[in-house]
Design a protein around this ligand. Structure first.
Ligand code: TNX
Length: 767
């Protein structure tokens, strides 16, 4: 690859460069505060010089052959907000934009060169020039009313061709203005794909002229659930909610995005998540309805009927109107979370299974997707679907969007299909970013900034050849708990910037501490752009581990520069006179630990707190007959006896979850002791498939062979945490056995009936 001189440096120099990069660019926005500045996502190669380029109102810009004027318009928007004036086009200018694909060989790549006299941006293509300008925006420095850029040489190109952000506008509707602001931000951080989730159970958001009831009925719901879906009974606000984009608006948004080198992939969900459409056209469902646009979140049994020809006619007609609006080669057709309950009982679906010689309802789903794929292929488009489209066989040219984990994506590449990685565990931005109780309501889960940042899309399971089918990475913004753009921004920023860096930055150039530095420098720009970004990422986080001598060890961490943590163990508010945290805290008594991080005398962020309950079982040996599953502690038992109770958000890593299986745990106290109380916490959230056990028993034993039942319970009345505390006639015992019989299959009439119930427990208590 041809390189400009400045880039002939050794690897070690590159390293030093990366770590010093952020210490040199100075920025001073309107608030007259001097701030350093770096680029997010981190470019491929960067070098600084001592030169300084000064902007004046007569500074002009020249557009090389074929350079789109939009590049300039976009840059000038930012530039004017900083300087009060715009750059004019002039053939003999000091800022030169050019396209040269021989000089810059990588698609979307660019070289940005700033000397005292000149700024030059050479792009491989139009997008490359555009991205060079985005980097320049982040380098602009304002001091004493003057705009400058420090001398620099950047050579840059993306790691992945697909750099996606998704936004769900069904659960909550975002107006065109909000979408445009969103697109500007994607562009600034070099994200090139906007996955627009336009239809779902709670609202249909795109105008389809042939089906006016999609606008009249499907775009609206009677009311919206208040609070979290797991709360029971559900409460509603009683207010009609909805809206949709007209085709004219969609066209304008697509054009706006294209000018910013963003491709919009529309998603029209099928065969599941279809309730809003069924509300208007009930004949497309298996039972014929009546149906109502959903007023709460989740998965619904009523889906498009796969045996009814009219379903396909409807969807094809819908796509016939969608395709002309979106030039995207890829069209997303959903495919996720489609319960098969109604298909099993539907004569038309069963007939289709027979006629098409399908094995079961999973193959029927595959038939559905395959048929729609064929339709779209004939129109020159390719399909993308969520990883469930692998069930019952993948449609021939489909790209898999791997969300339930990375397995779907890996499976697709093994079949030589393209895949996009978007695993919920790492890149779902509707999940909590912090475990502090005052955090804004979110979907569940826990994807802090560091976890998003450290996600690596090319996992070890992918051999060199298969890795090339991973086209890129995407983060998702499901909007159940993002009712307004302000709330959405609090969820998406700064984690979206971490996504941008996963997608763009070369793996070897990634460094979380360095990213955080640049992110801190980015704060003034985020403010100028009027983004409600969370800036809590330097707050204290923790880890509860087992010390070498099996005690409970609390480890506190903060990434605050110069941060020192102080803590108390008596529930008082920590200050500079409290105990200084050093390495770790060994917890030996019940109580609440509070901690705060300070830089000098200045406290940063919220006060951390954690309660411990120290009893006879702490740190003792636990044996489990069945292993917990999923994200709920498979392969370890210490969390059951670490003195920390799982919270109502069940995202803190404390809960042990058994999917359809029973709980059977034995605690070995190490010696025979007098026992008078046994306890356990059980999580009951039927709206999350978490069910209380049919039966819970405690047994005790002195020798580990003969057990005597000392307690049993069959009713667990509270939605949420049920604290079982059994005061028993004192016995002498060494072993405690606790058994919980799983509810098994979720009964008819309940949420996700027919699925396996989760039995969720935490902390075995012995006193
Ligand atoms: C799963 S991700 C869904 C969405 C929800 C989301 C909430 C996917 C393909 N389906 O319908 O909004 O979980 O996190």
């Amino acid at each position: 690859m041809p390189m400009i001189n400045l880039f002939y440096f050794r690897k070690s120099a590159l390293k030093t460069l990366c770590s010093t990069l952020c210490c040199w660019m100075l920025i001073n926005y309107a608030n007259a505060q001097i701030k350093e500045q770096g680029i997010i996502p981190q470019p491929f190669k960067v070098e600084k010089t001592k030169a300084v380029f000064n902007f004046t109102p007569s500074t002009s810009i020249s557009l090389g052959e074929g350079i789109d004027i939009n590049n300039l318009i976009f840059f000038n928007q930012y530039f004017q907000s900083l300087s009060g004036y715009q750059l004019k086009v002039n053939k003999k200018a000091t800022i030169n934009l050019n396209i040269d694909s021989t000089k810059v060989t990588q698609p979307e790549g660019y070289i940005l060169w700033v000397t005292a006299k000149q700024i030059s941006i050479t792009g491989h293509d139009q997008a490359g020039v555009f991205y060079g300008l985005q980097s320049l925006v982040q380098l602009l420095h304002k001091a004493n009313g003057k705009i400058t850029v420090q001398g620099t040489a950047i050579e840059d190109h993306p790691r992945f061709a697909y750099r996606g952000m998704h936004l769900d506008v069904s659960r909550h509707f975002f107006k065109v203005e909000a979408i445009k602001k969103w697109i500007d931000l994607l562009a600034l951080y070099k994200i090139n794909t906007f996955h627009w989730h336009l239809t779902d159970d709670q609202g249909w958001r795109i105008e389809i002229k042939k089906y006016p009831l999609l606008q009249g009925i499907s775009a609206y719901r009677d009311e919206t659930i208040i609070g979290h879906k797991k709360d029971s009974p559900h409460r509603f606000d009683g207010k009609r909610y909805g809206g949709y984009y007209t085709q004219e608006e969609v066209k304008a948004v697509v054009k706006y995005a294209m000018e910013r080198h963003i491709n919009i992939i529309p998603e029209i969900e099928m065969p599941g998540h279809a309730l809003a459409a069924l509300a208007a056209y009930p004949q497309l469902g298996c039972t014929g309805g009546p149906y109502k646009t959903a007023t709460y979140w989740g998965i619904f049994d009523d889906v498009y009927c796969a045996g009814n020809e009219e379903t396909f006619t409807f969807l094809q007609n819908v796509l016939d109107e969608v395709l002309p609006l979106f030039p995207s080669k890829y069209i997303h057709i959903g495919g996720d979370e489609c319960p098969k309950t109604k298909w099993k009982a539907c004569p038309k679906c069963q007939q289709r299974i027979k006629d098409e010689h399908l094995k079961d309802e999973h193959e029927l789903q595959s038939y559905f997707i395959g048929r729609m794929e064929k339709y779209l292929n004939n129109k020159g488009r390719q399909i993308i679907g969520w990883d469930e489209i692998l069930e019952g066989g993948l449609a021939p040219g489909a790209t898999v969007m791997s969300w339930t984990g990375e397995e779907g994506g890996i499976a697709a590449t093994k079949q030589h299909h393209n895949a996009i990685m978007t695993p919920e565990k790492y890149v779902y931005l509707d999940y909590y970013q912090s475990l502090y109780p005052s955090e804004q309501l979110a979907g569940g889960g826990y994807t802090p900034l560091s976890k998003v940042y450290n996600y690596e899309p090319i996992t070890q399971e992918l051999s060199g050849d298969e890795a090339k089918y991973i086209k890129g990475v995407q983060a998702n913004a499901w909007s159940e708990y993002m009712a307004s753009p302000t709330q959405a921004e609090r969820q998406l920023f700064p984690r979206m910037l971490a996504l941008a860096e996963i997608a763009w930055t070369a793996k070897e150039n990634k460094s979380y501490p360095n990213f955080l530095k640049r992110l801190r420098y980015e704060q003034p720009l985020l403010k100028i752009l009027n983004i409600n970004a969370a800036n809590t990422f330097d707050e204290i986080t923790d880890q509860v581990t087992e010390s070498a001598d099996r005690q409970v060890q609390l480890n506190l961490m903060s990434t605050l520069p110069g941060g020192q943590i102080y803590y108390t163990t008596n529930s008082t508010v920590p200050g500079l006179k409290s105990k200084k945290y050093n390495k770790y805290i060994i917890v030996t008594a019940s109580g609440k630990i509070k901690a705060a991080v300070f830089n000098g005398a200045k406290q940063y962020g919220r006060v951390y707190e954690k309660s411990f309950d120290v009893d006879k079982a702490i740190g003792k040996n636990v044996t489990l007959t069945n292993q917990p599953q999923g994200g709920y502690n498979p392969g370890n038992t210490f969390g059951l006896v670490n003195g920390v109770f799982g919270s109502k958000l069940y995202n803190d890593g404390q809960w042990y979850g058994f999917n359809g299986d029973d709980l059977e745990a034995v605690v070995d106290l190490g010696s025979v002791q007098k026992i008078s109380q046994l306890g356990i916490n059980i999580l009951k959230y039927h709206w999350q498939k978490m069910w209380e056990p049919q039966l819970l028993t405690f047994e005790t034993s002195a020798d580990g062979k003969t057990y005597t039942e000392v307690y049993r319970q069959t009713a667990f009345n509270d939605n949420g945490i049920n604290e079982v505390r059994a005061n028993i006639t004192p016995v002498q015992a060494r072993y405690i056995k606790v058994k919980g019989i799983n509810k098994g299959i979720i009964p008819p009439g309940e949420y996700i009936a027919g699925a396996k119930a989760w039995l969720m427990v935490d902390e075995l208590i012995v006193n």
